[in-house]
Design a protein around this ligand. Structure first.
Ligand code: DC
Length: 241
């Protein structure tokens, strides 16, 4: 059968899950740029909630005031907007560009207070599903292939050895001009791995139909090629090129 001349160009959803600092966003951005898809960083949304908690004093002494967060939840507005200066998408929290602030170590430490809260997850999952409704998206996170888009056509699950991830994250933060300590980065990654895999609500796990990529010993280029092969294989299988 002949293919329709005007076949949709953005027919599928690509879900990328995995541990912290595994290079998920690098791969997601590469795929999105290559395919002309939209990249959505779901972790940025959890980080924005954590920043709100910090700024509003909702975690005094590092302990989450859960009723206060639940009361504030409806008023937390998160969106992404193209930033003409950086040429990338930026995270906005209640009308303010917070793209830079949400990448700090302090936010990384507070995010594990908010990410296990089922009401927070429900709100963000709903937003993520709305953003991906038209397909043609690459979304990365922890529960994208299992909860947000269980029907995603391509699911990738990224892993790397913890020491490799810590070193990458350390260099990334240094490059951004942040004062960091390698031991603190290692401890934060270990803590987030534990929290991500053991929380009751939507824990990190590999979907049964996900393709696993361990990138400890491969280059970013090799990783991209593997992922792209999986995507092109899927596109061909569903009848698109
Ligand atoms: O991908 P990241 O490191 O920027 O994510 C920040 C935190 O948010 C991470 O510790 C786990 C959490 N997260 C989540 O629980 N579910 C997602 N879909 C994405 C991130």
């Amino acid at each position: 059968m002949r293919k329709a001349i005007f076949a949709p160009v953005n027919p599928i959803t690509i879900a990328i899950d995995g541990f912290s600092s595994c290079g998920k966003s690098t791969l997601a951005k590469q795929l999105a740029a290559h395919l002309g898809y939209t990249y959505i960083d779901s972790g940025a949304m959890y980080r924005a909630v954590a920043l709100h908690v910090m700024e509003q004093g909702l975690a005094p002494g590092g302990v989450l005031d859960r009723p206060a967060l639940l009361a504030a939840l409806d008023g937390i507005r998160i969106r992404f907007e193209h930033d003409p200066l950086s040429g990338h998408s930026a995270t906005w929290l209640n009308g303010r560009n917070v793209e830079h602030e949400i990448r700090s170590m302090a936010v990384s430490q507070h995010v594990t207070l908010v990410s296990p809260v089922p009401e927070v997850r429900a709100k963000l999952v709903r937003l993520q599903q709305d953003m991906g409704r038209a397909k043609g998206v690459v979304m990365d996170g922890r529960d994208i292939g299992t909860v947000v888009f269980p029907d995603a056509e391509v699911k990738l699950f990224m892993t790397a050895r913890p020491e490799v991830r810590a070193l990458r994250r350390y260099h990334e933060l240094k490059q951004k001009g942040q004062e960091v300590d390698l031991a603190a980065v290692q401890a934060n990654i270990a803590q987030r791995d534990l929290d991500d895999t053991t929380r009751a609500a939507d824990p990190l796990r590999k979907a049964a139909d996900a393709i696993e990529i361990d990138n400890s010993d491969i280059t970013a280029e090799e990783q991209f090629q593997r992922a792209l092969d999986a995507v092109l294989g899927k596109l061909a299988a569903v009848g698109y090129e």
